[in-house]
Design a protein around this ligand. Structure first.
Ligand SMILES: [Zn+2]
Length: 286
């Protein structure tokens, strides 16, 4: 019997695995991926495509400020961070589905139905916390997506370390999350057929924590770090702003002009230096 080895399986491709199939990939995930499915010891070939949609829930709405503290409202913070997240992932070639752009928004149950139908690659919710604590925590799905949700959440938490502190056990099961207004987040995020992370970015009623997000610019950093985490999880390399948008250097043919011929090397060097001094820094001797 011949053994086929799986050398790597990108995280986002794991839903394509089943008891009898394994996916091996030969190029990096992103666009087109040639893979081999080992099924009943038979190899078939195909192309695996990552869905390029990301679900974004921006916590709360106009008539629901969420938590408040120190003159800040959760709804505003979530909006600033969420929209920055959207901008960042779209910059990396993803499309997004989000529940609100400004103050209105559809009921969350409707939004999550729409999100589920979009077969997304991943999803995230932006919230802020209150009630005694400091730093970042996030909540995972509890169903079949659980392990991948942990991986996604851990990737986000890792990036958040650059701007905030971690709560004890920052990656938690969603069913341990308090349910203000009876909102059952577990069933909502479990309904998304992709890894999802419900993030509580910080504690709005904690003055120490608040310094980390008391301006819009600081709030946006939460969106940037979240985007870095989600993209890393999806196997997409982070591109710094401005990178990749410069026009590539023109394919240049260089014409060289000879401006002197010397029998004596030191004279040649002298003339070269003179040229360099006159605004031809590339002058050289052959
Ligand atoms: Zn909230």
């Amino acid at each position: 019997m011949k053994n086929y080895w799986i050398f790597s399986v990108p995280l986002w491709a794991r839903e394509h695995e089943s008891v009898n199939t394994r996916v091996a990939y030969a190029t990096k995930p992103g666009t087109k991926l040639v893979y081999s499915v080992i099924e009943y010891k038979k190899i078939t070939k195909g192309v695996l495509q990552m869905n390029k949609t990301i679900v974004i829930e921006i916590g709360h709405r106009a008539n629901d400020a969420g938590t408040v503290g120190g003159g800040l409202r959760e709804t505003d913070l979530a909006l600033a961070a969420g929209l920055e997240f959207k901008r960042q992932v779209e910059r990396h070639g993803f499309t997004t589905i989000l529940n609100r752009i400004e103050w209105a928004g559809e009921p969350l149950t409707e939004f999550y139905k729409k999100a589920a139908n979009a077969s997304p690659a991943a999803g995230i919710a932006f919230h802020w916390n209150a009630g005694g604590g400091n730093g970042f925590e996030c909540y995972t799905q509890t169903n079949g997506m659980h392990l991948r949700s942990i991986e996604l959440s851990s990737a986000i938490a890792d990036e958040m370390k650059a701007i905030t502190v971690m709560r004890p056990n920052p990656v938690r099961n969603c069913n341990t999350h308090p349910t203000p207004n009876g909102q059952n987040y577990t069933s909502l995020i479990n309904s998304v057929p992709a890894p999802f992370s419900y993030c509580e970015m910080g504690f709005i009623d904690n003055a120490t924590d608040r310094v980390r997000f008391d301006t819009i610019e600081k709030q946006k950093r939460y969106g940037v770090c979240a985007a870095k985490g989600v993209l890393k999880y999806l196997g997409v390399s982070w591109i710094e702003e401005g990178e990749g948008v410069q026009s590539p250097p023109a394919k240049s043919i260089l014409y060289r002009v000879q401006v002197g011929a010397f029998a004596d090397k030191s004279n040649a060097e002298k003339f070269r230096d003179e040229l360099r001094g006159k605004g031809y820094p590339d002058a050289f001797i052959v």
